[in-house]
Design a protein around this ligand. Structure first.
Ligand code: DAH
Length: 340
């Protein structure tokens, strides 16, 4: 058996064919049901157990090389059958194709979605043209509340009821109006404020809002969630610091600082030599806001946070001027590559 396998292996490796028909004859001779290789497989049954492993391997090898040989002989003819298309010059260099890259803001937004996705947050979106209720009133901004001045708003057609949303907190309201807890979502999107354009401010920018509402949600949950986020985004040695703040829709409210990832906390012009940079506002959802949305504030509590994507991107990539994000200068955009 051993010798016959060896002999057939040699024989097959030196096979030649002049015409396509010959290849088919060779295939029948070796690989058909009664072919020489197949017959050996039949006889394999009688090989004593102690040789089965060795002979089995040789047989498999023989079969594979026979199949390859026949395939090679076949393809050697298939090329000749079709005359080469002379009108195509295969030696010509191809046109250079530039694969696009993701915009840095998209890269960071997708990264934020990934990070929160890992702890169960799903994504939802809301409209950019909003009404007063969802952007202000339901979020506890009283009609003459000074907080309304904080955000100079673009109103549409002089109608004070319809505006370009000034923050993605409006999507919190839309979500709580239509869904009941538990709610664990993030809301990325574009927002608009009537600001003069400079290196640090723009009238269009992007935010991601987060909302978690359930029974027994506490400030501790908020703090741990933000610590997790900061370390995923800026590295595992990142420290966080919460400072008390005020927002009409959260009570208590806070602002989150992360240790400056540029100087590592030593002090630089990005962190204004404090070692800390602010990245988001947050707090426990004010009970009045839950009630405005038909969620019983005696049963449920929640936390919310909102961050600017530009700000995170500036820090992550050390970009000094946020106007670059909107100018579509390829020399800038090409520096960012990502598959997500
Ligand atoms: N909407 C706020 C802003 O645009 C950010 C914010 C602060 C969102 C606190 C929140 C929050 O959800 O709890 O400045």
């Amino acid at each position: 058996m051993f010798d016959r396998i060896k002999q057939l292996t040699e024989e097959i490796s030196s096979l030649k064919a002049e015409m396509p028909e010959e290849v088919e004859q060779l295939r029948l001779r070796y690989l058909s049901k009664k072919g020489l290789v197949s017959v050996l497989f039949e006889e394999f049954r009688n090989v004593p157990a102690e040789h089965k492993k060795e002979i089995g391997q040789l047989l498999n090898h023989l079969k594979v090389s026979a199949q390859e040989k026949i395939e090679n002989l076949k393809t050697s003819f298939s090329g000749e059958e079709k005359p080469a298309d002379k009108s195509v010059d295969l030696s010509r260099p191809v046109d250079h194709m530039e694969p696009g890259t993701r915009h840095p803001l998209s890269i960071v937004r997708n990264e934020i979605i990934r990070i929160f996705g890992q702890i169960g947050y799903t994504v939802a979106e809301g409209p950019e043209i909003e009404d007063d209720w969802h952007n202000f009133s339901a979020l506890n901004f009283a009609p003459e509340h000074p907080a309304r001045d904080m955000q100079d708003t673009f109103f549409i057609a002089r109608d004070p009821e319809i505006l370009l949303r000034t923050h993605t907190s409006s999507v919190q309201i839309r979500t709580m109006e239509t869904e009941k807890p538990p709610i664990r979502k993030i809301f990325p999107g574009r927002v608009f404020r009537n600001e003069a354009i400079s290196a640090r401010a723009h009238c269009i920018f992007h935010q991601v809002e987060g909302l978690y509402v359930d029974k027994n949600v506490s400030f501790t949950d908020l703090k741990q969630t933000l610590l997790y986020f900061a370390r995923e985004m800026f590295g595992e040695n990142t420290q966080i610091r919460l400072r008390p703040s005020f927002f009409p829709f959260t009570e208590p409210s806070g602002e989150l600082d992360v240790s400056c990832n540029i100087c590592g906390g030593k002090g630089c012009n990005i962190c204004k030599y404090t070692g800390w940079v602010e990245i988001l506002g947050c707090g426990m959802v004010d009970p009045a806001v839950l009630d405005n949305c038909g969620i019983d504030s005696k049963v449920y509590t929640g936390f919310a946070f909102g961050m600017g994507i530009e700000r995170i991107t500036l820090l992550k990539y050390q970009v000094k001027d946020l106007r670059l994000f909107f100018e579509n200068d390829l020399r800038f955009l090409k520096q960012f590559t990502s598959t997500i």
